[in-house]
Design a protein around this ligand. Structure first.
Ligand SMILES: Nc1nc2c(c(=O)[nH]1)N[C@H]1C(S)=C(S)[C@@H](COP(=O)(O)O)O[C@H]1N2
Ligand SMILES: [Mo]
Length: 328
């Protein structure tokens, strides 16, 4: 495979760059051609697969990408937890819903919402296994009935330097962990996403599919770690990771794994999707840190989706009061 020379990052406006996909593009011939074409198009300001979001009105006419199950109807909207306040406006729903990272469906961000139609998030079973006393297969509806759902306003910071601020609905991961009774040998959790290359075209391309992520048990037990089933007061649309995803707001967004099918308790640090592919760019711990640049761009500031407003990046994404003690 020839080495592909990418345009230097300063040649691509940040809003047009797709850094997490560069490696995937470099290993797939179809995408390689797309990339070369893109290089030529840069001069004209066009960029394939990167269009403006449609208006709120137009968006409201498109398929919603989420449904309420009978249980959902009883639990949404959940009460907001006042402990989590924002220092910036909430990102508009139709903006967040049109700009996603979900490589199972596309390497672009602006068309995930149009490509998830074939994905069926119900019925859905979450398997909890490994070093626990109570391994279980749990139907997501049963989880919703038994877990303490709440709404939290969280900032979300992608490693690519875009950010959003959204109301998630979910429950603390530590509630589930305690119920499963981890053995004393358990030190890590491995999260695995679904695998269905027949409907998720991206999984036909290169990558250690299915997508996996990990947390230290101590991180999983922190109150900030949230298993999320909803956003903006309703169940998660498919593009946001229906029916259940992780959210760890002090870490870069790639840790917030979507559409989880299993959580395994382990003694050793497991391999993870991005870290396995590009360890130099995607750290396993991945705590937000303005002082440690990504090898190809600065992490000093972040750009809010929708407004393009820039904020200085905060250490641990502003969540140091909750999590700094985890890292000594
Ligand atoms: N299964 C899976 N989970 C994933 C990803 C992915 O490609 N596949 N992308 C991650 C990245 S890089 C980010 S920034 C967030 C984006 O979440 P959002 O699209 O809901 O904003 O999802 C994360 N979870
Ligand atoms: Mo990301």
């Amino acid at each position: 495979m020839p080495r592909i020379i990418l345009p230097a990052s300063w040649q691509i406006p940040e809003r047009l760059s797709t850094p997490e996909s560069v490696y995937l593009q470099a290993v797939s011939r179809r995408s390689y051609l797309k990339l070369l074409g893109a290089g030529a198009l840069l001069a004209t300001g066009a960029w394939p697969g990167c269009s403006m979001p449609v208006s709120e009105e137009e968006f409201s006419k498109s398929p919603k990408n989420f449904e309420f199950s009978d249980v959902d109807r009883q639990v949404y909207p959940a009460a907001q937890n006042p402990d989590f306040q924002l220092d910036r406006p909430i990102t508009e729903e139709h903006i967040a819903a049109q700009y996603n990272n979900f490589y199972e469906f596309s390497e672009a961000k602006d068309d995930i919402w149009k490509r998830v139609g074939g994905f069926k998030p119900r019925p859905w079973t979450l398997e909890v296994k490994g070093l626990v006393k109570q391994p279980q297969q749990i139907d997501v509806d049963d989880l919703l009935k038994t877990m303490p759902l709440e709404e939290r306003l969280y900032r979300h910071r992608c490693v690519e330097a875009w950010a959003m601020a959204v109301p998630w609905t979910g429950f603390p991961l530590n509630v589930l962990v305690k119920k499963m009774e981890p053995l004393s040998t358990a030190r890590f959790l491995r999260f695995t996403s679904f695998y269905a290359p027949n409907i998720a075209m991206g999984q036909r391309g290169y990558g250690p599919w299915p997508y996996t992520e990990s947390l230290m048990l101590s991180e999983a037990m922190n109150d900030l770690s949230l298993l999320v089933t909803g956003i903006y007061g309703h169940p998660l649309p498919k593009q946001h990771g229906a029916p259940i995803r992780l959210v760890t707001p002090w870490k870069y967004g790639f840790k917030s794994i979507k559409s989880i099918v299993s959580i395994e308790f382990m003694a050793e640090q497991p391999g993870t999707f991005w870290n396995t592919m590009i360890p130099s760019e995607y750290d396993v711990v991945a705590n937000v840190n303005p002082h440690i640049p990504h090898p190809r761009w600065s992490q000093a500031t972040e750009r809010m989706l929708g407004t393009d407003q820039r904020f200085p990046t905060q250490l641990l994404n502003g969540y140091a009061p909750w999590v700094a003690n985890l890292y000594g």
